[in-house]
Design a protein around this ligand. Structure first.
Ligand SMILES: [Fe+2]
Length: 588
């Protein structure tokens, strides 16, 4: 049985394919059309998923969409009556989803009658809950989804048992922790879609000195929910305005906070103004009040369910600082967050919800690695190297056996080189986890600045992340569990902070990836070899990109390598580096 899931007309458009209860492929459209957070219809993602499973559209039995325009209809009608623009937006959404069959046919270039699949819909947050639970290693767990807004809700919780999940409650528009976090991110001068993680990094520099004021903005309860002080926001009066004219544009979100917020906290920071101590304290207060609300929800959820294990999803589940504190602030003993916890992950959730909850399929799949995107044969890699004329440009290209490849790469890294590392199938979700990564030596205190100067050009306050051999994690981190998808921040052991200064954040923590041998044997081998050579089985790991979506194809990796100042590139079995006499002019 083949299920195609499509997350369309929403930021992080994506597709996933599930065959007989097993995930075959999952990918975000942004990796193909090269537009960060691309919305619109995920044409190329769908084509890739079908191709990966060697299917034609006729072979697909079900198509499922994680959106239900009919959910909370009365509430929507209530707002539509007050907000004409909101009513127009809703009508537009309904029309687009009504024509999905034809849009899919058009995207694939086939006649509509060739699509025989049955179409299903699933509410946004139920898809989030399913995306967390049905692919987790837990047979039963408490479930929580928290984000900005989807199908008119911002949070939902429930419980999962085997092949079924049950919704226990939700928080409806206009109350939203995601909108709160984004509004305050805008207030602090960060306006780009997806900038929330910058403020999370900034908060580590400050103290929650404004917590009392922030408690007027977000209040816990009733029950497992929370409320916003709505006077500080405008989204309930004007609508949460999000625009993109096509799949070729990153979404743009209108202002979410009101003048009252500036009366409470002082004038908003303009994007070009310097970041000062007060901004660090405001970011710390924002994080602290988010954590208060989140942990209140989790403690109430635990009280209601008595589960030991927790599955988290939704955009707020990317708050790795909060995630790392769940063990000390709630009774939950194990936590699972899938790599695409945000809206891209809705596709996986919708597919598995249909398979288990609707069709009664038994659970037989655990997402024990994140590599569900495109991979490339050695011949493709070789062709890309030839197309880009790397030898002619003066680069040394060597095809090596794995043990040589790993040994040489580790040696380059230990000498301070920055390496582009491109292997196997691309990661699902926004984190580079050892297949589309830029790697560097974590022992060098200046490596963060070097990476920023030469390649990443990020704000200096943002941390870089460490990848570590799973077997060595307790030696370096105060980590109560593995963190295979970089979804949790844990303290670096005090005696190790000077050993790996580059990925240790200002507050002594790291957003680590624990690398499991079975999940990624070659990356594990590289970490082990680096450990042999240096005594430190840790690498600084940042995403393989430069102000663009993470690279997908070898060609994009080579382009990124050529236009930045990486020292070497590992493309599958090929190690590419500069010869000593390479003139700088050839690097452009
Ligand atoms: Fe969402």
């Amino acid at each position: 049985m083949n299920i195609l899931a499509i997350n369309a007309y929403h930021p992080n458009a994506s597709a996933a394919l599930v065959q007989n209860g097993q995930l075959i492929a999952a990918v975000e459209e942004e990796r193909f059309n090269r537009v960060k957070y691309a919305a619109g219809f995920p044409t190329q993602a769908i084509r890739y998923c079908l191709g990966e499973a060697s299917l034609e559209i006729e072979d697909v039995h079900y198509v499922v969409v994680p959106r239900n325009p009919w959910a909370r209809l009365w509430k929507k009608l209530f707002f539509a009556a007050r907000l004409p623009r909101f009513a127009a937006d809703r009508a537009h959404v309904m029309a687009r989803f009504a024509g999905l069959h034809y849009q899919l046919a058009e995207a694939l270039g086939v006649a509509p009658e060739r699509i025989r699949a049955k179409f299903h819909r699933l509410e946004h947050h139920q898809a989030h809950l399913a995306s967390a639970f049905f692919v987790s290693p837990f047979d039963q767990a408490a479930l929580l989804s928290v984000d900005g807004l989807g199908d008119f809700a911002s949070a939902m919780w429930g419980v999962g048992h085997g092949s079924k999940m049950e919704v226990k409650g939700d928080v409806a528009f206009p109350h939203s922790l995601g909108i709160f976090y984004t509004a305050l991110t805008q207030y602090l001068g960060f306006w780009k879609f997806g900038d929330e993680y910058k403020v999370m990094g900034l908060g580590s520099y400050g103290e929650p000195a404004h917590l009392e004021k922030f408690r007027r903005i977000v209040k816990p309860g009733p029950g497992a929910g929370f409320r916003l002080g709505l006077e500080y926001f405008v989204h309930h009066q004007r609508g949460a305005e999000m625009t993109w004219s096509s799949a070729d544009e990153t979404p743009v979100l209108g202002q979410l906070y009101s003048d009252e917020l500036e009366k409470l906290l002082g004038p908003a920071r303009k994007a070009e103004e310097p970041l000062e101590r007060q901004h660090q304290d405001l970011a710390a207060s924002q994080q602290a009040v988010l954590e208060e609300a989140l942990f209140a929800m989790l403690n109430e959820l635990h009280r209601q369910t008595r589960m030991k294990d927790l599955c988290l999803a939704g955009g707020v589940a990317f708050n790795c600082v909060a995630n790392g504190k769940i063990f000390s602030r709630t009774p939950f003993e194990r936590v699972w967050v899938q790599p695409a916890a945000g809206d891209a992950g809705l596709a996986v959730g919708a597919a598995f919800h249909l398979y288990h909850q609707v069709l009664g399929g038994r659970r037989q799949f655990v997402m024990d690695h994140p590599y569900w995107g495109p991979g490339f044969l050695r011949a493709h890699v070789r062709q890309a190297i030839q197309e880009k004329s790397l030898p002619e440009k003066g680069y040394r290209v060597r095809q090596l056996e794995e043990h040589e490849l790993v040994k040489e790469t580790a040696m380059f890294l230990s000498e301070g080189d920055i390496i582009g590392w491109f292997q196997g199938r691309m990661e699902w979700g926004p984190r580079a986890l050892g297949n589309r990564s830029i790697l560097a030596d974590p022992r060098r205190a200046d490596m963060k600045d070097i990476l920023n100067r030469r390649i990443k050009h990020r704000e200096t306050f943002r941390p870089f992340a460490p990848s570590i051999l799973e077997e060595a994690v307790s030696e370096y981190f105060e980590a109560p569990c593995a963190s295979p998808f970089m979804q949790m921040t844990f303290p670096v052991r005090p005696e190790k902070r000077d050993v790996i200064p580059a990925p240790t954040h200002v507050d002594g923590t790291g957003r680590l990836q624990t690398v499991n041998r079975a999940a990624n044997p070659r990356f594990w081998a590289l970490l082990q070899e680096f450990g042999h050579q240096t005594g430190v089985p840790v690498l600084l790991n940042t995403s393989f990109n430069e102000s663009e979506p993470i690279v997908c194809r070898p060609q994009e990796a080579i382009d990124c390598f050529l236009r930045t100042q990486m020292d070497a590139l590992v493309l599958g079995d090929y190690l590419i580096d500069k010869t000593a006499e390479l003139p700088l002019s050839l690097r452009d």
